[in-house]
Design a protein around this ligand. Structure first.
Ligand code: ADP
Ligand code: MG
Length: 475
């Protein structure tokens, strides 16, 4: 039996040697392997370390798979036995080839273990021919650190971002989770980290992707049955930036694949940067294991900038565009626009547009006019919580009662109306609405909306009451 095993492994090595592109790689990665046993078509090989095992799995699983099937038969399986560093008992690993139908070894990037970058020496960690993959980073060149004005409101997040760009994957800030309300600079800061990293490490693969785009790509890959390619693509990235991750809410498949990508990148010391409009703990309709990963590194928020910072931001924008505006106007704007940096920028743009279209000078009264318009047009952003509050007040029941599972008529009604108005007046998904209205699923929300709509059509008294309620909510 023993000789049989050695014989078989020798044959395997012969095939492998022919298929590995150079002798050095073969010697580094295959000669150290020892065949241990062959039982029921399962070949167990011993490898020196966990890392060695992972490297084989990552780069040579297809080769190993085809080789042993050729030598042992179609039902052949591979088992790894990992020789522990501490000379203690070996552990065994099932290779991924049992789990995955196809694992394409050809699209993998080098692991960049050799930092010295000595060119003439072949590096066993680098599979030749794979070095030149270019992935566009999708970074906005304008969103630099220089353009990201520092203030009390963003000091921690900004300096953590800087530190990450010096040593991506090597700080404790992994993942780096940036959260804030809209328009306070999450996207800008995420790009800045990406740009700075590229500047410091031109060879690192940096990728910015919005969560929405990520979901779209994944759905598309699943449809075309190439989700393994999707997974592999993302596993090549050194610095992965996912913007607005709250968009993953309720999307199980995406969360699952994100979880795998996260684990794979994190174990390999790659950097993850995530932005969100909520803290990890506040994310609704996320699997708890995903949330727990998001909490691993550093979470930092961006706050509303104070007046001093608002002035600084305005001045920096004006300077960049080569526009000269009186200090009084800058201060007037900074005093009156307090909701977000985006609004601050918005007012500046409309002010400049106004002045150039109408050939008006930018005066304080023009600024006042613009600010008034903006504040008037400012539609109140409706939240589910606000809707619940108004509905419950209207029906005269406490809000927390609505969230417990009760079949009492007025409570059911409050829940249904809250769901109906949340669907009608906010942009939240049915899943989120359900989760916030008594932990119901999206089908329940849909049903509730139908009930309300039917009654609205058929019952005049009900219709009046719903109209009245809507006025209270939306004004
Ligand atoms: P978020 O992603 O949080 O919604 P963005 O990153 O899109 O916000 O920021 C909105 C706008 O405000 C962008 O044009 C951005 O450049 C600008 N901005 C935000 N914070 C700052 C800052 N600290 N300094 C300069 N500009 C900023
Ligand atoms: Mg954003």
């Amino acid at each position: 039996m023993k000789t049989n095993l050695d014989e078989i492994w020798k044959n395997c090595l012969r095939i492998i040697r022919d298929n590995v592109s150079n002798e050095f790689l073969y010697k580094s990665w295959f000669e150290p392997i020892r065949p241990i046993k062959l039982e029921n078509q399962t070949l167990t090989i011993q490898v020196p370390s966990q890392f060695f095992y992972e490297f084989l799995e990552e780069h040579y699983v297809t080769l190993l798979k085809t080789t042993i099937r050729k030598e042992i038969g179609a039902g052949a399986r591979l088992n790894y036995s990992i020789l522990m560093d501490s000379h203690t008992a070996a552990s065994t690993q099932q290779p991924s080839m049992d789990k995955y139908q196809t694992t394409n070894t050809n699209v993998r990037m080098p692991m960049n273990m050799n930092k010295d970058g000595i060119e003439n020496l072949p590096n066993p960690f680098i599979v030749p021919g794979l070095k030149k993959i270019k992935i566009p980073s999708q970074l906005n060149e304008n969103y630099t650190f220089e353009a990201f004005i520092e203030g009390e409101c963003n000091r921690l997040a900004r300096s953590a971002g800087m530190a990450i760009a010096q040593q991506p994957g090597k700080t404790a800030f992994n993942p780096f989770f940036i959260y804030s309300q809209v328009g306070l600079g999450k996207t800008h800061l995420a790009h800045a980290i990406g740009l700075e990293t590229k500047k410091n490490f031109p060879d690192k693969i940096v990728l910015y992707v919005s969560a929405e785009e990520f979901v779209r790509q994944f759905v598309d890959a699943s449809k075309r049955k190439v989700s393994q390619d999707f997974l592999q693509f993302y596993q090549m990235i050194d610095v992965l930036i996912i913007d607005d991750i709250q968009f993953f809410a309720g999307k199980k498949g995406t969360q699952e694949v994100f979880f795998q990508i996260f684990n794979s990148l994190h174990t390999q010391g790659r950097q993850l940067i995530i932005t969100s409009d909520k803290t990890p703990a506040e994310l609704v309709d996320f699997e708890s294991r995903v949330i727990s990963r998001l909490k691993w590194g550093l979470s930092a928020d961006l706050q509303l900038p104070d007046i001093k910072t608002r002035i600084k931001i305005l001045k920096a924008k004006l300077y960049k565009d080569g526009i000269d505006i009186n200090n009084d106007i800058v201060e007037y704007l900074a005093t009156n626009i307090t909701t977000s940096v985006r609004e601050l920028e918005g007012i500046l743009i409309s002010l400049m547009a106004q002045s150039s279209f109408n050939k008006k000078e930018i005066t304080i009264s023009l600024a006042q006019e613009m600010v008034e318009k903006l504040v008037k047009n400012h539609k109140r952003e409706l939240s589910i919580e606000f809707i619940q509050k108004v509905v419950c007040e209207h029906l005269n029941i406490p809000v927390d009662k609505m969230k417990i599972s009760s079949r009492k008529r007025e409570i059911v009604q409050a829940r249904q109306l809250s769901m109906y108005f949340s669907k009608k007046l906010t942009k939240n998904s049915l899943t989120i609405i359900g989760a916030k209205c008594g932990n119901k699923d999206h089908a329940t929300v849909l049903h509730a909306c139908k009930v309300v709509e039917n009654l609205y059509q058929t019952d005049r008294k009900y219709r009046n009451s719903v109209d009245e309620l809507e006025k209270k909510i939306a004004g």
